[in-house]
Ligand binder design. Structure first.
Ligand code: IMP
Ligand code: MG
Length: 190
């Protein structure tokens, strides 16, 4: 990665989605999910590490009983492109057979990671399986995959913040943003 400043905010070129917009959308999604699952129990599984912040904010707006778990999946390839080959580095500990499962992702780009995870969980025979994502980039899709709940639809730019990283940086930004151009400089050296 190229130059980084002592203050992460100084490396941002443009804020795409503000903290306030994210909070308002989480309120809406939480209410929608609570209504859709009324009378049921959920198992909410978030994908490490990127979805952790969205997950933490979202589940506190959902009022049905739930258990939570997480999975770590890495797709081979460089930092800005998905290759489609997915490796599970940390699995869930919950038995999901017969349960209502919601997968929480940070962003759907090509859709390869999530379609792999969806079929991985489908094989465990949940009663239902839905997907909630903070961001959707439908323009980059390589497989047919539509999220059941989506925070925001964005274009094909690479974004960081609110859990999303570039080379493991910027996850701590409270908003979604595009870094300054110099940040990408050493991309090919990763
Ligand atoms: P997909 O398999 O191409 O859908 O890629 C999904 C994963 O790629 C996400 O979970 C992210 O980790 C990563 N990703 C895709 N686009 C972005 C982005 O714009 N910023 C940060 N990470 C991204
Ligand atoms: Mg990710």
């Amino acid at each position: 990665m190229g130059h980084i400043s002592a203050n992460v905010h100084d490396d941002i070129k443009k804020v795409l989605i503000t903290e306030e917009q994210i909070a308002k959308r989480c309120d809406e999604l939480g209410a929608e999910i609570s209504a859709d699952y009324a009378g049921k129990e959920l198992v909410v599984i978030f994908v490490l590490k990127g979805a952790s912040i969205f997950f933490a904010d979202l589940i506190r707006r959902i009022n049905v009983p739930m258990q939570v778990d997480s999975i770590a999946a890495a797709s081979y390839g460089n930092t800005t492109k998905s290759s489609g080959t997915v490796r599970i580095d940390k699995d869930i500990e919950t038995a999901i057979e017969g349960r209502h499962v919601m997968l929480v992702e940070d962003i759907i780009d090509t859709g390869l990671t999530l379609s792999y995870l969806k079929s991985y969980f489908e094989r465990q025979k949940p009663a239902s399986l839905k997907v909630a994502t903070l961001l959707d980039k439908p323009g980059a899709r390589k497989v047919d995959l539509v999220p059941d709940y989506n925070g925001f639809t964005i274009g094909n730019e690479f974004v960081v913040g609110y859990g999303l990283d570039y080379a493991q940086h910027f996850r701590n930004l409270p908003y979604i943003a595009i870094p300054k151009d110099y940040v990408w400089n050493d991309e090919e050296k990763e």
